[in-house]
Write a protein that binds this ligand. Structure first.
Ligand SMILES: Nc1nc2c(ncn2[C@@H]2O[C@H](COP(=O)(O)OP(=O)(O)O)[C@@H](O)[C@H]2O)c(=O)[nH]1
Ligand SMILES: [Mg+2]
Length: 673
């Protein structure tokens, strides 16, 4: 906003374990800063931040959302806050990835009664990967057993002395002391430590300190701020959000220590800094896209530089297309405030853009800039989706598509081989929430099931096939005879169908029909009726009849000869094999490797990563459809995994037997219908 210079803007993302009080802090700030006239609580569904139905019902944050407020301290400068609240629950990690990508800093919340949790570590790692400046806010201090000092010690134990206290609770927990402002008692001790941190940021300050002088308040702040910007110093704040205690001290800490959009400009794809000033050409990045049934299409963008104006022409540099900006808003939960212009640090919601989607870069006309795209985690959990009501298939397809549009970590796909609609996500709670959303929006109810495995078949040896199709019924008969050879595809060979016919046993004009018959034959292999791959067919002989031979006769002959030949070419069943990377605390190592072996997995290696153990393995897809929830219960939520397709490989005989039996049963059921 125009009246507050960029230097006085603080854009930050709130991250941390689920239940650490992120949304409560947002609610407390919105209430304190006059955005809302009552204090909402995510715990009882009254939060102004967790306002969507799915969030109210589950009492957790599901979406990363922007909030906007101004702090006007008595006698001080106004500070504009652009906050991004994020979900702590692992299934919604994609939202954390999006929001951290467009924030200038992170605020990591840690519950004083729980300490460092899985979600805390996950958030921290994300910040490290982005080298994001950050602060820690200790919450839950009003709870019984809460111990601020012990929590600080635990944080320093994991992340070292770069984490140091700036504000701390009084003994009666009725107030919070700001060590940068107060004197006497523990504040002096803390300030001495902070002075050392600040001194390290510049030669000038270090000389002053070594010379025995005390740093002025401004020197101390600016020294600390330089270290925060490089993530070398991480200030710890104590806050009691629900009691509105420690908020002024927190905000004044943000003003003194946290970076402004001018301190940490975005880098374009070539590594050049984007000019953050308001007079520079516009650069804004789309990090979320909302398809709301009431407000329509909303595009959430973070402005990195220049000024975005209402009713203006801009350029989508990613799509290389002009866009017209109508109105845009600051969002505060359900509230939308129209703003005429926005600058670096602002997160705005643009209505009704035509061509713009996630990850697009919006620029001034004639000044295109490319930014590195936000890279989302790969979804790993799949379910087959079936409509509860027959006849809802079309509605289901559309509905799924629509919910997947809002969430880049949800993929929807029809599997052409199993004929199932498959939804893939990060976790089952995420998929469950998406299905609820679809029920409300598209009025389709569904059941979920474990997807069918898309088996394939191939041959491992040479096999001869033969069939003579001969029918004499009344008038014109049908005649076609085919001899063929089936073998595994040879490396480097391009075409799977080889014409090896010598002489005129089969007239050449029937070859296309023969090939069609083979293609049909390959859709249902000889083992269990799955598609056949990697198989070469040479047709080398046959016979025809002047009158009775026809395309249809040769199609039937080649299709049947294929089945004959395939069954003699030592056919096998193939299954998808996945790469899996399981990250767990060391204590679960034995359980997890044992479990993977049990799932027919092959351990390829082990690594350690930041205090966690990593198992790298290959495992058949059929065995890991439910791995997400099973790993969660095996490790108490402390394990995580990534998964990607590797290859198709032969199904071991004992397992294949069961698949074949199952296929035979299904075929019989089909025929009886
Ligand atoms: N006693 C107490 N409860 C809190 C505090 N912060 C949050 N809560 C409660 O803890 C629950 C989870 O808080 P929430 O803000 O949704 O956590 P988030 O998942 O990090 O956003 C809610 O019921 C809050 O009312 C706190 O500092 N003290
Ligand atoms: Mg929350």
């Amino acid at each position: 906003m125009k009246d507050i210079p960029i230097a006085d803007v603080r854009n930050f993302v709130l991250v941390g374990h689920t239940g650490s009080g992120k949304t409560s802090l947002v609610d407390a700030l919105l209430y304190k800063l006059g955005v809302n006239d009552r204090l909402g609580n995510p715990g009882d569904g009254t939060s102004a931040a967790d306002w969507t139905d799915e969030e109210k019902n589950r009492k957790i944050t599901v979406w990363a959302k922007p909030f906007d407020a101004v702090w006007r301290p008595k006698g001080g400068k106004a500070l504009r806050l652009a906050m991004l609240d994020t979900p702590g629950y692992a299934d919604f990690y994609g939202q954390v990835v999006a929001a951290t990508s467009v924030a200038d800093a992170a605020v990591l919340l840690v519950d004083a009664t729980a300490g460092v949790q899985v979600g805390t570590v996950r958030s921290w790692k994300r910040c490290e990967a982005l080298n994001l400046p950050r602060a820690i806010v200790v919450t839950g201090l009003d709870k019984e057993n809460a111990d601020f000092a012990a929590t600080v010690a635990a944080l320093q134990d994991v992340w070292g002395a770069r984490c140091e206290v700036v504000t701390f609770p009084t003994d009666d927990k009725k107030g919070v002391v700001d060590a940068l402002a107060a004197t006497g008692g523990p504040a002096d001790e803390i300030r001495a430590k902070l002075t050392d941190v600040a001194a390290e940021s510049s030669d000038e300050l270090i000389e002053k300190v070594l010379g025995g002088e005390t740093l002025t308040a401004d020197e101390l702040s600016s020294g600390l701020r330089a270290s925060v910007a490089q993530a070398k110093f991480i200030p710890i704040f104590a806050v009691m959000a629900r009691q509105s205690v420690g908020l002024d001290e927190l905000l004044s800490g943000f003003a003194r220590l946290m970076p402004s959009p001018a301190d940490r400009p975005a880098k374009d794809a070539a590594g050049n800094a984007v000019d953050p000033s308001a007079t520079a050409p516009l650069v804004a990045q789309v990090w979320r896209s909302i398809n709301d049934p009431f407000v329509g299409q909303l595009t959430l963008a973070r402005i990195w530089g220049g000024t975005l104006r209402e009713k203006s022409e801009i350029f989508n540099a990613t799509k290389e297309q002009k866009e017209t900006v109508g109105t845009f808003y600051f969002l505060n939960g359900k509230k939308q405030e129209t703003v005429p212009e926005a600058q670096a640090g602002d997160v705005v919601a643009l209505a009704k853009l035509k061509a713009t989607g996630l990850n697009d870069v919006l620029c001034a006309p004639g000044k295109p800039v490319q930014l590195p795209p936000i890279v989302f985690p790969n979804p790993v959990v799949s379910f087959a989706v079936h409509p509860k009501t027959q006849g809802d298939e079309d509605k289901l397809g559309q509905g799924l598509h629509r919910v997947a549009e809002d969430d880049p970590t949800l993929h929807v796909q029809r599997n052409d081989e199993t004929h199932e609609l498959i939804i893939t996500g990060i976790g089952d709670v995420q998929i469950d929430a998406a299905m609820d959303r679809m029920k409300t929006r598209s009025k389709v109810e569904v059941t979920l099931s474990t997807p069918k495995v898309a088996y394939k078949e191939t041959v491992t040896a040479k096999g001869e096939g033969h069939y003579k199709h001969k029918k004499q019924s009344g008038g014109r008969g049908q005649y076609g005879e085919v001899y063929l050879r089936i073998e595994p595809m040879k490396p480097g060979v391009e075409h799977w169908f080889v014409d090896g016919i010598v002489g005129t046993s089969i007239p050449r004009n029937f070859l296309p029909a023969i090939e069609k018959g083979l293609v049909e034959g390959m859709t249902r292999g000889a083992v269990a009726g799955y598609p056949v791959v990697n198989t070469m067919v040479t047709v080398y002989d046959g016979s025809s009849h002047d009158v009775d031979s026809s395309e249809i006769a040769f199609k039937i002959a080649s299709r049947t000869a294929f089945k004959d030949g395939m069954s003699k070419a030592r056919p096998v069943l193939l299954e998808p094999i996945m790469n899996i990377r399981v990250t767990i605390p060391g204590e679960f190592m034995g359980d997890c490797t044992g479990d993977l072996n049990h799932r027919r997995g092959r351990i390829m290696g082990m690594e350690s990563d930041d205090g966690m153990q990593v198992i790298v393995a290959e495992v058949p897809q059929a065995e890991v459809f439910k791995y997400s929830s099973e790993l969660r219960s095996m490790t108490g939520g402390r394990g995580s995994f990534e998964m990607s397709f590797n290859r198709y490989d032969v199904v071991p005989a004992n397992v294949a037997q069961k698949v074949v039996a199952e296929a035979a049963k299904n075929k019989q059921a089909e025929e009886e219908e």
